[in-house]
Design a protein around this ligand. Structure first.
Ligand code: DAH
Length: 335
């Protein structure tokens, strides 16, 4: 009887050594070691043996059973290790790997307005200016009053301002131009000051081919001793040529802005001989200097401001400024 069980144990060891998965291992265990298994049955049958044979048979039976148990544990371990290796192989990340791509990858690029802004900064930095910034939400003081536009001034209406519902009515607003950055800079720094301030500006305009309610301007401000209108004209001429090319000329036309006196608009020449309006400029009004604690007897300055989006439209001959905010990559890819 015992030989039969020992034979079964040897067979089980072979099956376990060859087991391809955990199900196979469990199957052998169930068959030989479980409650209704071969060895359970053998144990019951020990009772039928003569008392003299029983101890020896029990020992051999236990030994055979232990061999099966050891083989099963070994098989489980072997399978678990193999499983771990498989998982590691499957989850391995090769950080140096480059997959061949069937669709060509498209590269992102800077928006044409960002490119124009970067170039403007470069041109002015090359002329000795530094770049300044101010907040997009402003108070009436910075957006208007300090710029010599008191609340009764008709020029306030011309700015089509978007007000923010905060504090007193019409006290807080999205800045309608970058000119408030002039004030913020002069409040903090003593002259000489040479800055440009590019940034977003906002007006109640409805978007059309030539307008956007959120657009970009760049402000320029120079404050020093003995600054003249000639310095302003020369600076604008120099910037226009550096930006558009040596053959492009600029001119100033008399105009009016509350924060400059005298004020002018500046144009650039087109190949066909006509002139295109670019922005406004002038000598900083003495009231503006005083508002910032700068003595207008000692210091003079010039300032200018114009639209960056407009500039990019001109440079690339784009017929609808709304293209800049449509996020159509077929359009943006061209720049
Ligand atoms: N802030 C003016 C506007 O948005 C533009 C401007 C005109 C800025 C004259 C200036 C300036 O600095 O001197 O219409």
């Amino acid at each position: 009887m015992i030989e039969g069980y020992e034979q079964a144990a040897v067979g089980a060891e072979e099956r376990l050594a060859a087991a391809a998965d955990l199900d196979a291992v469990s199957g052998v265990e169930r068959e030989l070691l479980g409650r209704r298994s071969l060895f359970a049955d053998a144990k019951r049958r020990l009772a039928d043996l003569a008392p003299g044979d029983r101890a020896e048979a029990g020992r051999r039976l236990n030994e055979a059973r232990a061999r099966v148990e050891t083989a099963a544990a070994g098989a489980r371990e072997r399978l678990a290790a193999a499983d771990r290796d498989d998982r590691h192989a499957a989850e391995r990340l090769d950080l140096t790997e480059r997959l061949p791509h069937t669709v060509p990858l498209s590269r992102g690029r800077l928006h044409p307005v960002t490119q124009a802004r970067d170039r403007l900064e470069d041109v002015f930095v090359g002329m000795g200016y530094t770049v300044a910034e101010g907040p997009e939400v402003e108070t009436a003081w910075y957006n208007f009053e300090a710029l010599n536009i008191p609340d009764w001034h008709p020029a306030r209406g011309s700015f089509d301002t978007i007000f923010v519902n905060l504090g007193e009515p019409e006290e807080v607003m999205l800045r309608s131009h970058t000119s408030p950055v002039q004030i913020r800079v002069m409040e903090k720094r003593k002259p000489p000051v040479y800055i440009v301030a590019p940034g977003r500006t906002f007006r109640t305009d409805t978007a059309d081919a030539t307008h956007l309610p959120a657009f970009n301007q760049i402000e320029g401000l120079a404050v020093d001793r003995n600054i003249t209108m000639g310095d302003l004209a020369g600076t604008i001429d120099e910037f226009v040529r550096a930006f558009f090319g040596r053959e492009v000329k600029s001119r100033l036309r008399p105009s009016y802005f509350p924060f400059t006196e005298p004020s002018a608009e500046f144009d650039i020449s087109r190949p066909d001989g006509s002139w295109l309006e670019l922005g406004g400029c002038g000598m900083v009004h003495p009231n503006v200097l005083s508002n910032c604690g700068i003595d207008p007897e000692e210091w003079q300055g010039f300032a200018f401001g114009f639209g960056i989006d407009r500039l990019a439209v001109m440079r690339h001959e784009i017929d609808d400024i709304r293209e800049f905010v449509n996020s159509d990559t077929r359009f943006l890819r061209q720049f």
